[in-house]
Design a protein around this ligand. Structure first.
Ligand code: NAI
Length: 279
């Protein structure tokens, strides 16, 4: 097969969680631009509706659903609605995530009184785990259920699942809230475990571990605070924090048959942050 044909996802269907903003929106745009049938889901229903309308206006096939990934029954319903609308499911992005803060350091390197392990609010812990870890399990569980059905129905077995992890699941990031790190490490290890479990069904699952991307996470401080932005630019070996557009080619690689020998793995995309300058 010609090399570019291996990236072809025209006519396949993709559901993205947390897709009204940031990295999830970039995934949804990449899928739509490549000709897939896309469902944008987000807890922010208005945002999901707005972005779906914008992409439809540009000529793409996109629907939306308001979805809180920490509600298992709602995730089940969203995947069923997607499969009904598009005749199955080929690609799923378990992307929705939050930083409940506070890190044990603030960006200036001072200790946060409410970010220490002995002061951390257990409600913040529970919320972070519910969205960042359980939400990924709920999403992947339903994606696999529908992909197994789809494979039987359309004769094309398999599918591709992509989970958004983080550098923070691989190394320590003192300015993000404590539970974010074990949640993201948990996502990476869940992906390894499921790579093995799902291989027999030709369902591949991989993770993307981004470094600093300009999004609305944590209140969007990388957008709003030019001093923090400059400080982060200075510690990225490739020279700056990233725009979400820079994630699109990797999303297409992992979603398409171009990565048909990859499963249970993760790809770090961080401008070299983990190489040491930051640590
Ligand atoms: P963002 O805040 O711009 O987008 C996250 C989206 O998820 C928002 O639209 C939000 O409404 C939605 N969301 C929040 N809680 C939800 C829930 N319970 N159910 C469904 N949707 C929900 O943030 P960003 O940065 O695009 O985050 C996307 C993913 O990327 C997250 O998993 C995050 O942890 C991860 N990430 C982000 C990095 C960055 O530098 N921006 C670095 C590493 C990982």
């Amino acid at each position: 097969m010609a090399i570019l044909d291996r990236f072809d996802i025209k006519g396949r269907s993709a559901l993205v969680t947390g897709a009204a903003s940031g990295i999830g929106l970039a995934y949804a745009e990449a899928m739509a631009e490549a000709g897939a049938l896309v469902t944008i889901t987000d807890i922010d229903g208005e945002g999901a509706e707005r972005e779906a309308a914008r992409l439809k206006e540009a000529g793409h096939e996109v629907r939306f659903d308001r979805l809180d990934v920490s509600d298992f029954d709602a995730v089940t319903a969203a995947f069923d609605a997607h499969a009904k609308a598009y005749g199955g499911l080929d690609i799923a992005f378990a992307n929705a995530g939050i930083d409940t803060g506070a890190g044990f350091w603030n960006p200036a390197g001072h200790r946060n009184p409410d970010g220490q392990v002995d002061t951390y609010d257990p409600k913040r812990w529970d919320k972070s785990i519910a969205v960042n870890l359980s939400g990924v399990f709920y999403t992947v569980s339903n994606a696999v259920r529908v992909m197994k059905q789809t494979g039987r129905a359309n004769g094309r077995s398999g599918g591709s699942i992509i989970c958004t992890a983080s550098n923070a699941g691989l190394v320590t990031e003192p300015i993000v809230g404590l539970p974010y790190m074990p949640a993201k490490a948990g996502v990476l290890h869940m992906v390894r475990a499921l790579g093995l479990e799902l291989a027999e069904f030709r369902i591949r699952i991989n993770a993307i571990a981004p470094g600093p991307f300009v999004t609305n996470i944590g209140g969007g401080w990388l957008k709003k605070d030019p001093v923090a932005r400059k400080a982060w630019d200075a510690i990225v070996p490739l020279g700056s924090v990233a725009e979400t557009d820079q994630l699109k080619p990797l999303a297409l690689l992992l979603a398409s048959d171009a990565s048909d020998y990859m499963t249970g793995s993760h790809v770090v995309i961080d401008g070299g942050m983990m190489l040491g300058k930051y640590q």
